[in-house]
Design a protein around this ligand. Structure first.
Ligand code: 13P
Length: 252
C-alpha cells in the first residue's frame, strides 16, 4: 500500500472577505506558530485579497490558493483572471470545478479540465472538485456521477504533485449536513480506485483526496480519521480563526 499523502486543510473563503477582516488570518498565523500541525494549511481568499494574504502569510507555513481561473493564459476576456495572474499575485494552487461554479456559471467537466490544464501550465496545483447533488444521491448515482466528473475533469498531465481532488457532496455544502463517515469512506475509496485507473502508475495512490461539506471543529477528527481522507476543503468554518484552528487540530 502507498504511504498516506501528507494531509491538507484548505479554507475556501468563497465570496467573503475585505481587508478589514484579515485580523482573523493574523490570529491563525500566530496560532500556527505554536501548534505545528502535521498537515499543510492553505487559505483560498477571493482574488482581491490574494496579494494581501500572501504578504501576511510569508514566513509562516500557510499557503495561498485561488478559487477559479480562466482556461486561457491571457486575452480579451473582460473580468476574468488567468492562472499566471493568480500565480503572480501569490497563489500556489487554484480550485477548479467547485460545485458553486458548476451551478452558477454552468462550468462543464470539459471547461474544468481546461482550467486544470491552465493551472498546471502555470506551475500551480489544481484542486479539482467533484460531488453529487441530493437528487443524484437519492437516485443511487453518487459513485457514477463522481466517476464521470473525474474522467471528464482530470487532465492527462495530472500527477500527485500538481493535483488534489476534493470530494464535496453538493447537499452537504453550507447546509450543516455532513456525509456520514461510512458515506465518505465509500466515495473516497471509489475515487482512489478511479484515480488509479486514470493516472500514471503509482500516482493515484499518492493524490490527496479532501472531503468538503460542513466540516466543523466538532466533526473534523472523525472525518479526517476515515480511510483515504487526506484533509478537508472548508468553507464557512474557515472564516473564523477559532473554527479553522479547531479543524486543523485534527492533525495536531
Ligand atoms: P462549507 O464548509 O461552508 O459547507 O463549504 C464547503 C465548501 O464548499 C468548500 O469548498
Amino acid at each position: 500500500m502507498a504511504k498516506a499523502p501528507k494531509p491538507l486543510i484548505a479554507g475556501n473563503w468563497k465570496m467573503n472577505g475585505l481587508q478589514r477582516d484579515l485580523g482573523e488570518l493574523r490570529k491563525l498565523i500566530a496560532w500556527m506558530r505554536g501548534a505545528s500541525p502535521s498537515c499543510d494549511v492553505m487559505i483560498c481568499p477571493p482574488a482581491t485579497l490574494i496579494s494581501d494574504v500572501k504578504s501576511l502569510v510569508t514566513g509562516s507555513r500557510i499557503k495561498v490558493g485561488a478559487q477559479t481561473c480562466h482556461a486561457q493564459d491571457s486575452g480579451a476576456h473582460t473580468g476574468d483572471i488567468s492562472a499566471p495572474m493568480l500565480k503572480n499575485a501569490g497563489a500556489s494552487a487554484v480550485i477548479a470545478g467547485h460545485s458553486e461554479r458548476r451551478a452558477d456559471h454552468k462550468e462543464s467537466d470539459k471547461q474544468v479540465r481546461a482550467q486544470a490544464e491552465a493551472i498546471h501550465r502555470a506551475g500551480l496545483t489544481a484542486i479539482i472538485c467533484v460531488g453529487e447533488t441530493a437528487g443524484e444521491r437519492k437516485a443511487g448515482k453518487a459513485l457514477k456521477i463522481v466517476s464521470a466528473q473525474l474522467k471528464g475533469s482530470l487532465p492527462s498531465g495530472a500527477t500527485a504533485r500538481n493535483t488534489v481532488i476534493a470530494y464535496e457532496p453538493v447537499w452537504a455544502i453550507g447546509t450543516g449536513l455532513t456525509a456520514t463517515p461510512e458515506d465518505v469512506a465509500r466515495v473516497h475509496r471509489h475515487i482512489r480506485t478511479r484515480l488509479g485507473a486514470l493516472m500514471p502508475a503509482g500516482e493515484g495512490g499518492k493524490v490527496r483526496i479532501l472531503y468538503g461539506g460542513s466540516v466543523k471543529p466538532e466533526n473534523a477528527a472523525t472525518l479526517m480519521g476515515v480511510a483515504n481522507v487526506d484533509g478537508a476543503l472548508v468553507g464557512g468554518a474557515s472564516l473564523k480563526a477559532k473554527d479553522f484552528q479547531g479543524i486543523i487540530s485534527a492533525y495536531v
